[in-house]
Ligand binder design. Sequence first.
Ligand code: PEP
Length: 250
Amino acid sequence: MRRKLAAGNWKMNGLTAQLAEVEALCAAHPSPSVDLLIAPPATLVSSMVVTASDHALDVAGQDCHPESSGAHTGDISAEMLKDAGASHVILGHSERREDHNESDDIVRRKTRAALDAGLKVVICIGESLEEREAANTLDIIAGQLAGSLPDVLTGENTVIAYEPIWAIGTGKVPTLAQISEVHTFIRAKLEARYGEGVGRSIRLLYGGSVKPANASDIFAVPDVDGALVGGASLKAEDFSAIIKALENAA
Ligand code: PEP
């Protein structure tokens, strides 16, 4: 059975004072029945690790460089995230793909670097509104899966987040049938490429405007193993309500 995962992506939000939200979240969930993960900005990774040290909350980076060290001003390697105490890294988020022109090939190289460094990865894929309107969603998803994932991975070290770009930060959410169609498709692709055992063990998160009000409905969709949550992960109260919805669905 795949254990459910509630993951928060703080993006470029959060100063030290924001760690109070993590303290409140940990206090509200002393022994969660689902896995909890937050990806703060890089500046807060090590302090969040300390804040969460006695709690069942893992800390992730939001990106890493494909190389382990070198002349890459401003970049952070997977080893550095690991050294700071992170257990995971988010890779291929649509904002990275768009703001930094990240291709599937770069995402795959970053994924290899992260896995080599002993990090677990949350790899994001998803279509734009134009692609969906042109009925290309499944082709886009197939291409991103083929190009972004390395040939060797496991359900233990890899999570896939399906995040339609048009749903991120917009308040727009696909229908449950649309989410189900894509998750079923991703599961079939993973089983075909990695074999049934590994393909079935990889967790699939939905991401895009998940809120306390819609979380239960989304978590009832088969093959949705949790959520990658942006805006609603910044406030302990909202993220906690989403975590409770996931616990009730588990
Ligand atoms: C995200 O950043 O991955 C995301 C899904 O954001 P939001 O929940 O704010 O739409």
